[in-house]
Structures are given as structure tokens and as C-alpha cells.
Ligand binder design. Structure first.
Ligand code: ATP
Length: 479
């Protein structure tokens, strides 16, 4: 080695001639070969490749080895207004389970909408996953809106999956299916029921913590049994729906005065079936396209709820339209003391909703329940009430004697077979007075002492009764 060094240094002193250059080159190459052999012998292979990777990422931060494949899993397919990507959701559930104990950056939260701690990967943290002995590297790209580099073409957040190109087949055939299956198993193990509300055109998930159950609801026992039987029959009949060529869906219309338990019944049905709830606010929907996108992002085993359907402007508009102008795409708005003004609307149309309910889109997904609620059934567009659209019309009305005992048992722990002495008088009053379950519940909650609470309720009902209000409607069930 020392002789090579001597030859190298002597070549440098005579560097003027071409043959001297050649000698320098030959000596340098030989020196490098000797050095490389020495390093290979002394430094272990793992350490060498780690140093090489570090040097590479230091000098070429964006350089990727050319055998590395990147898959981008965007939050939405086809840009910001595209359909929500289920694979993105799956990755956001799956990856937090793969964060190593040596993480350096993490997103952590305790949200009101969820019971446990929320964990998510941070944009600065790589997540390494291993499957069938293969290493996969995941990163989160927040998209150019949140990214300092505004020249980026990908605006939407995305998970980026990197792996060696020789594993392309494994990724598509086994790794991605494994990821989806793991998420499905996680969902099945997670007993919590979710409620999705609308936020900027897509669904925002929270846990449904509503305690209402079919047992706690004060409903006429016969009505309750009919509802439970209908739900059970619906769940069991997948093959039947297929056989008769109908989408596996069931539509309910809940109608009745405020405070009669329409929202509570929806929560009770969700808790009974263990179905997630999608709360669709029609007023926030700006076009047929966004309605379809939202509907397409709902999952199977879910309840789609449209509350106060009679208050929705579009549904009213369509009724007036039909009366005044026939079935056109024109919206007519009658201001108080002005002539009707005709404007073109850029909102969703009722026909889009109907199309989803019983048109070609209705076959999208399985086990779907659609529930409409209203305080005024007579104000609903008749098109929505047409047979086949709402399978069951459920009238929730004032509290009557038969349902009262359920409330008394819930609020005051009075067993149904040991009636309180005031029960008979209260029940007589309830059968001739129109009060909602919400109002009676409010009376019962005033004292923990059953005697005091029931005495207060009795006096309250007597007052209403004496004021001359009388019963004007009975609970009915239309199927
Ligand atoms: N049938 C019922 N059984 C038990 N509790 C009830 C019932 N109906 C109403 N309540 C009580 O009244 C409260 C209000 O009821 P809820 O919101 O379900 O009524 P609603 O018919 O949906 O009213 P709105 O039309 O104003 O939305 C509930 O939180 C519940 O405590």
C-alpha cells in the first residue's frame, strides 16, 4: 500500500506529460480498489447500506431509487369533487395500528365525538409496515392546500405507499386486500355506532352516543312490536329481495308533532340494528351531483335520515312548480307582495332524490334504510309518499295510557306490575288530553321521589284538561 502511495505522489510531481496523467489515474484507481476491498472487509454490509442511504437522502432529498414504486391513495377519486376513496379511509384506520414505538411525530387528540384517544400519522412520520416478509413504507401527503410547496399538482391529501417494484403483484393481490380486510375486521370489532354529518360536501364521522333504545321508547306496545317485526323481517330477507328483483332497502316515514320521539326512534333503530346513521341535510346540498356523491359515499348497513322533509325548500318549490307551471326545471319564488319570480335553480332536484330512492341508483350498496321525518305529513310532496317509496308510514303521536307506563318505569323505576295509586287517574287524563311524551318526561324528571313526580304530573295534566284541550288524534300505523 505504501508503495502505491509513493507512486501516486511521485506521479503528481511529474504531472506535466500525458503519460504522467495516465500514471496518476492508474495509481488512483488501484488505491480506490484497495480501499473499497478494505472497507468491505471491515464494515458490515448493513452498516454500509445504511450509510449509503443516509448520504443519498442528504445530498438528493427527493431522489428515489429507480426500483421504488409509489402508489398515491388520494382522499377523493378524480379531484376535490370526486367520490370519497374507501381505500384512503381504510389506510387512515389501518396505519395508526402500525406506528412503531419509536415514532418521532404523531397526531393525537381526544375528541368529544369519540370515546377513546384519536391517533393518526403525521406528515413528517414514515410508517413502516411488514407483510409476508416485505417492507412497505407509508407517508402522508397533506396535499398542496396545506403544503408549503404550492406548485404541487396534487391538491387532495393522500397516503403514499412505497415498495420495491418486484413486489407489485403482492401489493395488488394480497397487501391491499389484507389492508381492507383488516379494516373490516376492526369495524366489526368496534361495537360503536357512527353518525355521519355533512361537512363541506362530505361526511364527518362521530360516535352515536344516543341512549335511546326500543325498550326505553314510550310507544304503543303494538306499534313497537310492528316496527321491530318489520326491521327483523327486513334484515333476514336478503335473498328474498334478490329473488323479487328489488334493492335491499326499506323506507320509513315518521310523522307527528314535535316531541313525540321521531329522532329518538331513529336512534333506537340504529342501536337495535347496529347500523350507522347518515344525517342528510338537504338544505346544504347544492346540486344533484353532490347529492349523488354523498349518497354513493354511504356504506351498507346504514340508515340515511332526512329530517323535517316538509321544511326543505326544494320539496316545497317542486310542489308549487307542479301546481303553477307543470314539471319544469324552473324555480318559482313567491315573495310576500310581489309577483312570482322565476329563476333557474342550481340546487338538487327532487327527482334526483327519488332517483336515488327507487331509480337506477337505488341498487347501490345493500341493507340501507331511509327514514324521512316530518311534523306535517300533508305538506310533503306526494311524489315522496307514492307506494313503494316509503314502505311504512309511522305516526308518532301524543302520549297515551298504554305507553305511559314505559316512561314511568324508565324515569321512576316503577315496575309495570306494581302500579302506583296515581296511575289510573293519570292514564284517564292522558287518554283525553294531548300531551307529547317529551312534555310528560319533563314532568317526571322533576323529582326522584315517585310520589312527588307523579303528583306534579297529575296536577299538570288536570290543568291542561280543564283548560279545554281535548284529544284530536289517535296513533295510527299505515303500512
Ligand atoms: N316516545 C318517547 N319515549 C321516550 N321519550 C321520548 C319519546 N318522545 C320524546 N321523548 C323525549 O323527548 C325528547 C325529544 O324527543 P325527540 O327529539 O325524539 O322528538 P321529535 O319528535 O324528534 O321532535 P322534533 O320533531 O322536534 O324533532 C327526547 O329526548 C326524549 O327524552
Amino acid at each position: 500500500m505504501s508503495s502505491y502511495m509513493a507512486s501516486l505522489s511521485s506521479s503528481f510531481t511529474n504531472f506535466r506529460s500525458a503519460s504522467s496523467w495516465f500514471e496518476v489515474y492508474a495509481a488512483f484507481s488501484t488505491l480506490m480498489i484497495i480501499l473499497r476491498t478494505a472497507v468491505n472487509d471491515i464494515v458490515p454490509e448493513k452498516l454500509r447500506s445504511s450509510i449509503a442511504r443516509k448520504l443519498e437522502s442528504f445530498f438528493f432529498p427527493t431522489h428515489k431509487p429507480n426500483n421504488l414504486v409509489s402508489i398515491r391513495i388520494n382522499q377523493r377519486w378524480d379531484g376535490q369533487h370526486g367520490e370519497h376513496n374507501e381505500l384512503y379511509n381504510a389506510a387512515s384506520k389501518y396505519l395508526p395500528t402500525r406506528i412503531s414505538e419509536t415514532y418521532k411525530a404523531l397526531r393525537l387528540a381526544k375528541l368529544n365525538s369519540h370515546k377513546g384517544l384519536m391517533l393518526a400519522i403525521d406528515a413528517n412520520q414514515e410508517v413502516i409496515d411488514e407483510f409476508e416478509g416485505i417492507r412497505y413504507t407509508w407517508t402522508l401527503d397533506l396535499g398542496s392546500d396545506q403544503n408549503a410547496d404550492s406548485s404541487k399538482s396534487d391538491k387532495d391529501p393522500a397516503f403514499v405507499l412505497n415498495f420495491n417494484e418486484k413486489h407489485r403483484d403482492t401489493v395488488m393481490k394480497r397487501y391491499i386486500p389484507h389492508l381492507l380486510a383488516t379494516c373490516e375486521a376492526m369495524d366489526a370489532a368496534d361495537m360503536s355506532i357512527k353518525i355521519f354529518s355533512m361537512a363541506h360536501g362530505y361526511w364527518n364521522e362521530s360516535e352515536l352516543c344516543h341512549p335511546a333504545t326500543l325498550d326505553t321508547l314510550a310507544l304503543d306496545p303494538e306499534l313497537k312490536r310492528t316496527i321491530v317485526d318489520d326491521l327483523d323481517r327486513f334484515l333476514k330477507r336478503k335473498e328474498f329481495y334478490k329473488k323479487v328483483g328489488k334493492p335491499w332497502k326499506r323506507g320509513y316515514l315518521l310523522y307527528g308533532p314535535p316531541g313525540t320521539g321521531k329522532s329518538s326512534l331513529i336512534a333506537a333503530i340504529a342501536n337495535y340494528l347496529k347500523f350507522n346513521v347518515y344525517d342528510l341535510e338537504l338544505d346544504s346540498i347544492t346540486s344533484n351531483e353532490s347529492l349523488m356523491l354523498l349518497m354513493r359515499s354511504t356504506t351498507s348497513r346504514s340508515i340515511i335520515v332526512i329530517e323535517d322533509i316538509d321544511c326543505n325548500k326544494e320539496v316545497h318549490v317542486r310542489r308549487r312548480q307542479q301546481e303553477d307551471f307543470g314539471d319544469t326545471d324552473i324555480e318559482s319564488v313567491q315573495h310576500d307582495d310581489a309577483a312570482p319570480e322565476i329563476i333557474k335553480v342550481d340546487k338538487f332536484t327532487l327527482s334526483a332524490l327519488l332517483n336515488y330512492m327507487d331509480g337506477l341508483w337505488s341498487g347501490y350498496g345493500e341493507e340501507r334504510i331511509i327514514i324521512f321525518t316530518t311534523n306535517h305529513k300533508d305538506k310533503i310532496d306526494p311524489a315522496l309518499l307514492r307506494p313503494g317509496r316509503m314502505d311504512m308510514h309511522i305516526h308518532l303521536s301524543f302520549l297515551r295510557a298504554k305507553a305511559f307506563r314505559i316512561l314511568a318505569s324508565n324515569y321512576l323505576d316503577i315496575p309495570g306490575d306494581q302500579p302506583h295509586p296515581l296511575f289510573q287517574e293519570i292514564e284517564d287524563l292522558l287518554d283525553t288530553t294531548d300531551v307529547t311524551p317529551a312534555v310528560v318526561a319533563e314532568q317526571l324528571i322533576r323529582s326522584e321521589d315517585p310520589d312527588v313526580a307523579l303528583d306534579g304530573l297529575f296536577k299538570f295534566l288536570q290543568e291542561i284538561h280543564n283548560s279545554g284541550k281535548s284529544r284530536d288524534s289517535a296513533e295510527t300505523l299505515e303500512i
